[in-house]
Design a protein around this ligand. Structure first.
Ligand SMILES: Nc1ncnc2c1ncn2[C@@H]1O[C@H](COP(=O)(O)OP(=O)(O)OP(=O)(O)O)[C@@H](O)[C@H]1O
Length: 766
């Protein structure tokens, strides 16, 4: 079915396709020019003059043009990559965006449009009225190759279960060397992935699949598809993609812009709470306690402990009169006011039952206490409690430090950071707030003051923020203040980016800071993504959680808060769970939120790991998670994965490791290599391979398994599998993750006996 045309026979169709492709690029150039001119015209319509309304409209129009321009400049590479011919004699060209000619006729169909779907889903068994599918290979703007599949049922053997589409194009894509950044796969999306990508927006979709089955890549294409198909809903609310680490976010970061999408926020788990960028991790024992759903109750109890009443009555010594002597304020008279215990209890209970969050309810508590103090003052001064006087007296009282201190002592205004830090650094606070946790569990939570926030603290902070709320009258909330500077920088970066690729940067009138400044004038931030990122309470239109098996029960609470509509895609592999607080099953994590309302798709084919390596991975999986099925690999011809006996702690050990890595690098040419090491060895093995720049861009990356999660490399060297197996309770899963990162070559080094589950590796001496 797969035809790769011979060179001589190819010249004519190549030439014909070139004519069409040239026309497409001409059209693209025209569209760019027109949009740049429209953007320029928008800004040429005077400085920031006119009514506020007019300025806002101008900004909105300019934003639209800028967005379109960004899209038009993002599709230069492989603008058109496919063509389908159907039984009615109709031909469609499939590309990264849709284009029309001067007569508004469609000359290029967006890959996300319904009409493009057969390009991805037609198989020999179900050709979907296609006669032929063609993949076009472009080098810059030149057509350099074609792959045809002819759907001819006559020649289809019964029982042929082949489901791969565009096999030659797919294999060519898979054989490419890794660049350190994920790239899009619009040209070669497979039918099972297409089902995931085009699944409806509503409800929760779980995508379960083994390593390298394209879960991440499918999830990102799904984000682009959903934004295309449900633009009006999602453009305003945006899509949140949650990944395991900032490294992973950088790894996948450029896929979405290349798909032409700006309304997507990428965030690691440690960044979900604005203003904190947690990367540190806890020990497995601590992570398990912090991730336990019971911690919601602990945080709530810790807060209740901060809403106090005095043991007896409340006494406050205030200054009644002062006078100035030689310009210096002198206290003339003091007075002690009292609020009886019962009144304090009533004030606290009224504030608690108001159903307002703590920092908002504080206002109620404060008013009740001030009223009682003012009444006592009036009584002691013998003046009648006139309402007007009392109001004045309350105001005067609030200006006194002693009164403020008294209220703060009983019902303090708190930030989430204060509440959680105070809780985790005090065994007394923990004892009071967490009586249901065991002594060991409480000890696991305790940490020294000033310790950095960990990824597992983030759900606790979010929980606290939810309970604390923000007193809107008390000035801008802390996260907004923090975000303002970031926001300004983001605006300027964006503006500069637009100007740079449109070639307008030299234009005085369009200087980036002016452009950014204008956006500031009218208030709105440029993209939905920027607005959403800084707002903890933002409700997204859709949320995608990648490596979702790593999320603890508390982390799920944090994620679900951001998606009240419960429209989400959950992507992961239960067999790869590394966090001791992570998922053992999808039911366990999702049922509390969407019981009986989630659907599951399985991805069964691995596009990363060659057959030879997958066989070893299957042995590991059988040993550590016998109920899980390994994926089937589409690639063979990788070199046999091997085990090399090497003692990294022996005198010549480090040098032997360096030499082995050098040999592997020589084998893979331009590609990239990872040395995946036990956590305890990371620091010193990293020092053997000094690097400058981002770990994703260097030829040799030394990584722990946690950091390597979701990434891939041409060659992988796994050091000391035994230590990886035993370093955490989920060590078996970690080893499975480590050996499935390679696209071509796998070497395992070991000083002692090789774990039996790796016995299939070819033995070598260095
Ligand atoms: N249809 C496809 N065409 C070309 N390449 C593909 C396709 N599907 C997946 N790939 C490639 O396979 C590799 C693995 O994909 P991806 O990282 O999305 O897998 P994953 O299931 O998320 O893996 P893991 O569970 O290990 O994180 C990537 O290089 C991806 O580009």
């Amino acid at each position: 079915m797969e035809l790769r045309q011979h060179d001589s026979a190819l010249a004519e169709p190549l030439q014909a396709e070139q004519v069409h492709v040239t026309r497409l690029y001409d059209r693209l150039d025209t569209a760019r020019k027109e949009t740049a001119a429209a953007l320029r015209a928008e800004y040429a319509r005077g400085e920031s003059g006119g009514s506020h309304q007019a300025r806002v409209e101008r900004e909105v129009a300019a934003g639209e043009h800028a967005r379109r321009l960004a899209q038009l400049f993002g599709v230069e590479r492989d603008l058109c990559f496919g063509r389908i011919d159907d039984t009615d004699g109709e031909t469609l060209y499939i590309g990264r965006i849709g284009l029309r000619d001067e007569d508004r006729e469609i000359i290029l169909t967006d890959w996300r449009a319904p009409a493009a779907r057969p390009f991805y889903t037609a198989t020999p068994a179900t050709p979907e009225s296609l006669v032929r599918r063609r993949h076009l290979h472009l080098r810059e703007r030149t057509v350099v190759g074609l792959d045809d599949e002819v759907f001819d049922l006559e020649r289809l053997s019964e029982g042929d279960r082949r489901t791969l589409v565009g096999e030659a194009a797919l294999l060519a894509a898979l054989r490419r060397e890794r660049t350190g950044r994920m790239s899009d796969v619009v040209a070669t999306i497979q039918a099972e992935q297409d089902r995931v990508i085009r699944s409806g927006l509503a409800g929760a979709l779980v995508v379960q699949g083994g390593p390298g089955t394209g879960k991440t890549v499918a999830a990102l294409h799904r984000a682009a598809f959903l934004l295309y198909t449900h633009r009006t809903t999602l453009e305003r609310r945006g899509i949140l993609v949650v990944g395991p680490s900032p490294l992973f976010s950088r790894y996948i970061g450029q896929v979405l812009p290349s798909l032409g999408e700006t309304d997507v926020v990428l965030s690691s788990l440690g960044e979900l709470y604005p203003g904190v960028r947690a990367t540190a991790s806890d020990t497995p024992a601590t992570a398990v306690v912090k991730g336990d759903a019971r911690m919601a109750g602990v945080v709530a109890a810790a807060l209740r402990d901060r809403q106090r009443v005095p043991d007896g009555d409340l006494w406050v010594a205030i200054t009644v009169r002062t006078s100035l002597r030689d310009g210096v304020e002198v206290v003339v008279e003091r007075m002690t006011l009292t609020v009886d215990h019962d009144t304090c209890v009533r004030a606290r209970d009224r504030a608690r039952t108001s159903r307002h969050p703590h920092n908002v309810a504080r206002r109620l508590f404060m008013m009740d206490i001030l009223k009682a103090l003012a009444a006592d003052e009036a009584e002691q001064l013998g003046s009648p409690p006139d309402e007007e006087d009392l109001r004045y007296a309350r105001k005067a009282l609030w200006s006194q430090d002693a009164v403020r201190d008294a209220v703060d002592g009983l019902w303090p205004s708190l930030t989430p950071e204060q509440l959680i830090a105070d809780l985790l650094t005090s065994s007394e606070a923990l004892g009071s707030a967490a009586p249901d946790l065991s002594e060991e569990e409480r000890a696991a939570l305790l940490r020294p003051p000033g310790a950095p926030w960990t990824v597992d603290d983030v759900p606790l902070l979010d929980e606290a923020a939810e309970l604390l709320g923000e007193d809107e009258d008390a000035g801008p909330p802390a996260d907004v203040v923090r975000a303002t500077e970031e926001e300004r920088e983001a605006e300027e970066r964006y503006a500069r980016g637009v100007l740079e690729f449109t070639g307008l940067l030299e234009d005085e009138m369009m200087a980036a800071d002016i452009l950014a400044g204008r956006h500031r004038d009218t208030g709105p931030v440029i993209t939905t993504a920027e607005r959403a990122r800084r707002d903890r309470r933002w409700a997204y239109g859709h949320v995608i959680v990648d490596e979702a098996q790593e999320l603890s029960a508390m982390a799920w609470r944090t994620v679900m808060r951001r998606i009240p509509a419960r429209s989400l895609t959950v992507v992961g592999d239960i067999a790869q769970t590394g966090s001791a607080a992570g998922a053992r099953s999808w039911e366990e994590m999702l049922d509390p939120y969407v019981k009986g309302r989630w659907r599951q798709e399985h991805l069964l084919v691995s596009y990363r790991t060659p057959v030879e390596i997958m066989r070893v991975a299957a042995d590991v999986l059988r040993a550590v998670a016998p109920d899980q099925e390994p994926p089937e690999s589409v690639r063979d011809g990788g070199s046999p994965p091997r085990a090399v006996r090497l003692d990294p702690d022996a005198p010549g050990g480090p040098a032997a490791l360096e030499a082995l890595v050098a040999d592997e690098l020589a084998e893979i040419g331009e590609g990239r290599l990872a040395v995946i090491v036990p956590d305890a060895r990371h620091a010193w093995i990293s020092a053997l391979f000094p690097r400058e720049g981002d770990v994703l861009d260097v030829p040799v990356a030394v990584l722990t398994v946690t950091a390597a999660k979701g990434l891939e490399f041409d060659a992988v060297v796994v050091v000391e599998p035994e230590e990886i197996l035993t370093q955490t309770p989920m060590g078996g899963n970690d080893l499975y993750v480590a050996i499935t990162r390679a696209t071509r070559r796998l070497t395992v080094t070991h000083r002692g006996d090789l774990p039996p589950m790796l016995s299939r590796l070819e033995r070598h001496r260095p």
